[in-house]
Design a protein around this ligand. Sequence first.
Ligand SMILES: *Cc1c(COP(=O)(O)O)cnc(C)c1O
Length: 383
Amino acid sequence: MSKLINQPSYSTRPTLRVDLPQIRANYEALKGKVGAAKIGASVKADAYGLGAVAVGKTLYGAGCRIFFVATAGEGKMLRDGVGPNAAIYVLNGPAPRDKGVLLGAKLKPVINSLEQARYWADVARGINEPPYTAIHIDTGMNRLGLSFDDVVELGRDKSLWSALNPEWVMSHLACASDDKNPMNKTQLARFRKAAAQLPLTPLSLANTAGIYLGKPYHFQMVRPGIGLYGGNATTKPGQEVTKPVATLLAPILQVRWVKAGESIGYNASFIAPRDMRVAIVGAGYADGVPVNQSNTGTAILHDEEVKIVGRVSMDLTMIDATDANLSVEVGGVVIFRGKHLEAEAKQSDTINYELLTRLGQRCRRDYWKPKKVETDAPKRDFR
Ligand SMILES: *Cc1c(COP(=O)(O)O)cnc(C)c1O
């Protein structure tokens, strides 16, 4: 009988452990790379799955005052975490259905098209204290953003510009992870040329990977996301200054011996080649362990790599613990994310960003708190 099963801390649910002091350290390390440029933290998708409120508070405590989310709903949640003094930009832009939330939570829409510009200008003209915006220019990614011709038109329309009250002009890099890619310089040149069509406004181009492209890409603000969470952003991870912050810890729920020739899991996709000791672990694809790690992925048990055997199911994953050196017992802990995030991404044919954002919906969250989290008395300044 396992001793661990009687421990009060034993739960059948996985735990997502988020190292908040390391997020702060990552913020400071990135800040060290960009000199005077500001950091606008990308905390969209619930801070890449780690919890936007906890992450936002930590970054705010480290001095961050600018945040980027994707939707108005995310912005409203973050506002509750970071208080009134942080600027929160909504990357996907304004829409009628979000108007109340945008205005109520004093969010700043990113304007991605002339349609959005005209819509939001009409809203802004009708209110006393219109929020600032950011203007997003497309420089070759062909995702969101104004085309060069749109930018020229916006630059000529003084009334539209002043109604929008932009405080940043930004663009987004498509290939920054690879410093050899000529697209980076092309986008940089297009960004400069487009920005020159507009009234002088602070500029922002770089995501995490863009920071590593060097000073010409930093402008007045950089917008890191993945780096804050310790994911590698570039093809040269050796140059990166940040460290992992997230670990998925899953409990061993049962240990069984499987005889040679028996199958394991759905579809009997794994046949035991020998008598095997198998640990049944309480985390599955609903917790962010990708199905395509079935029979191929690995996890960590007592600092040793162990193989996933059989198909990953919704709530459970089986691992081969036959050769584990230390005890394998119910209540023991298996690690699915941690220092090997990039290796796991490769194994499951995806990217570290996706692995992170898939985590956590059902996990217990365990936040490692910095000693002191600063809180500001609410003031009526939303800039
Ligand atoms: C997501 C996003 C970022 C952050 O990118 P990372 O690669 O995570 O650093 C910055 N800017 C925009 C427009 C984004 O959509």
